[in-house]
Design a protein around this ligand. Structure first.
Ligand SMILES: Nc1nc2c(ncn2[C@@H]2O[C@H](COP(=O)(O)OP(=O)(O)OP(=O)(O)O)[C@@H](O)[C@H]2O)c(=O)[nH]1
Ligand SMILES: [Mg+2]
Length: 278
């Protein structure tokens, strides 16, 4: 193109045409600008290179922003359901297999290590209560120093319960080391036949069924914190219900089926409650 182009310029131009990424193109253009002959006849050429540099810089910024936002979506997990349970383990310990068993999530299971490379999510329906199950990519030594390790550790830290999976005693020790300052309650996966029930018992929750007089219990049940009373349930069902409360009848933890109780009655898992309001 330009007359009197220097050798440096020609090389830079070749580099530009061969560049595989926008970053590489930008570097080549900057070299072209430096080596471009600086006289009146090449002014247009310089202007053209500067315009291409400016456009490339904008494109690169856009790419970076898109990558960053999709990257974040990839890694962070929004808590959903009554509780979040995180499957944490060494590689090939069966985390994805368990996630699929519990939630039917469409997740990749393979005999080679490190199949799961980002958090995988499923929903466990426990008698109508929705529990979020998350598989975190395999834990390795010095996990917090690995790419995204810190992000995954904070995900584990905010869980309501951790289920630990490992193949050997050494792997168990590795998990204990890597998770040593995480205080979330832990359940060791022992191929329990009814793991869903075991998970549920470990959560600080109970499920309570409401019921209309003369009818069967409603579905789904309501998940409430352990220690909840009729008052907790009433306020959960309707904000006016405590004001209008007359009495409740209860099946399950009460001495008699259908016993009449007041607002302070402490509820237990699987209680069935008929709320009578004015
Ligand atoms: N023998 C045996 N193999 C299992 C069991 N659970 C899973 N596997 C096999 O072990 C391999 C790894 O299972 P995954 O469920 O992918 O393990 P993972 O912990 O998710 O592994 P990564 O995501 O790769 O870290 C697969 O070939 C499974 O078929 C189990 O309980 N017993
Ligand atoms: Mg996996």
């Amino acid at each position: 193109m330009a007359t009197n182009a220097t050798l440096g310029y020609q090389l830079a131009e070749q580099e530009y045409f061969r560049a595989a990424s926008n970053e590489a193109k930008l570097a080549a253009l900057q070299k072209m600008l430096q080596t471009c002959p600086k006289h009146k006849a090449s002014e247009n050429m310089q202007k053209n290179i500067k315009e291409r540099i400016s456009k490339l810089k904008t494109d690169i910024q856009k790419e970076k922003r898109a990558k960053k936002s999709s990257g974040n979506n990839f890694l962070s997990v929004k808590k959903e359901g009554a509780a979040q349970i995180v499957l944490v383990g060494t590689t090939n310990s069966g985390k994805s297999t368990l996630l699929k068993q519990l939630t039917k999530a469409d997740v990749e299971i393979a005999p080679y290590p490190f199949t799961t490379t980002r958090p995988e999510i499923g929903t466990l329906d426990h008698h109508g209560v929705k529990l979020q199950i998350v598989e975190v990519p395999a834990i390795v030594a010095n996990f917090s120093e690995t790419e995204n390790g810190k992000t995954y550790l904070s995900l584990i830290r905010q869980a309501d319960l951790i289920v630990l999976l490992f193949n050997t005693v050494e792997e168990k020790r590795l998990l204990d080391r890597e998770l040593n300052n995480i205080i979330v309650d832990r359940l060791i996966y022992n191929h329990q036949p009814n793991l869903a029930e075991e998970i549920w018992r470990r959560l600080p929750l109970i499920k309570v069924y409401t019921k209309q007089p003369g009818k069967k219990k409603d579905h789904p049940p309501i998940a409430l914190p352990k220690g909840s009373t009729i008052e907790t349930l009433a306020s959960h069902v309707h904000k006016d219900f405590i004001q209008r409360f007359r009495f409740a009848r209860i099946w399950g933890s009460s001495k008699f089926a259908g016993q009449t109780v007041g607002l302070s009655y402490p509820l237990k898992d699987d209680d069935i409650v008929e709320l009578h309001v004015a």
